[in-house]
Design a protein around this ligand. Structure first.
Ligand SMILES: [Zn+2]
Length: 205
């Protein structure tokens, strides 16, 4: 998923670069039509400036200073990217921020976002925070094979590797634990049919 995400942002910056070039050609056509008697160089000097280390910035110059400039698509994408990178984790407990983004995160749908919120951004298996580049898998706390229901209360989101581990636990008959219900490892009773035994819930591997 990290890989897909990388490609996603890569694709986005390619699109932004393309939009920038479309915009450039449109502006250039507009400028040359507006000043039909001026040469190419004159038009360039009048409308395209160097601002800081950036060249070809479309803008209005007054008294030697660029007073209005057009922001490039690619600038916007870079700025947004930095803002996201500034966060160590998307799911670090900053729920207001998150809720605002919910549904906008390309990798998390609303249901997963709700589950993540309930789990305080942590994977219940390894207890680590989900990272921006972690992919997320949905898991039935009590497996459907042992009578678990496909309902919200029986769902959690976990890391893919933790999902594998959890499946192994399920097969060994370990008890499911729902930390958001106040259940802690060792306290949950196994009600799975036929067994009637109290098994210890798996906390650590
Ligand atoms: Zn995990």
């Amino acid at each position: 998923m990290g890989w897909a995400n990388y490609h996603r942002s890569n694709a986005a910056s390619r699109v932004f670069a393309y939009l920038d070039s479309v915009l450039y050609w449109q502006l250039r056509r507009w400028a040359r039509r507006r000043h039909p008697n001026q040469g190419r160089k004159w038009v360039k000097v009048r409308y395209w400036h160097t601002v800081g280390r950036r060249h070809w910035v479309f803008g209005v110059k007054q008294a030697g200073k660029v007073i209005l400039k057009l922001i490039k698509f690619s600038d916007m994408s870079i700025r947004r990217h930095n803002k996201v990178r500034g966060h160590k984790s998307w799911y670090d407990g900053d729920w207001p921020y998150w809720a605002a983004r919910r549904g906008k995160h390309p990798m998390v749908n609303t249901r997963e976002a709700t589950l993540l919120k309930r789990q305080h951004g942590r994977c219940p298996i390894c207890r680590g925070l989900f990272d921006l580049h972690d992919s997320i898998e949905r898991d039935h706390v009590r497996p459907m094979a042992s009578g678990g229901l496909d309902v919200y209360d029986n769902l959690q989101v976990v890391h893919p590797t933790c999902h594998h581990r959890k499946t192994r636990w399920d097969k060994q008959g370990w008890c499911p634990v729902r930390p958001w219900r106040g259940e802690t490892a060792g306290e949950a009773l196994c009600e799975s049919k036929g067994s009637g035994t109290v098994l210890k819930a798996g906390g650590s591997p």
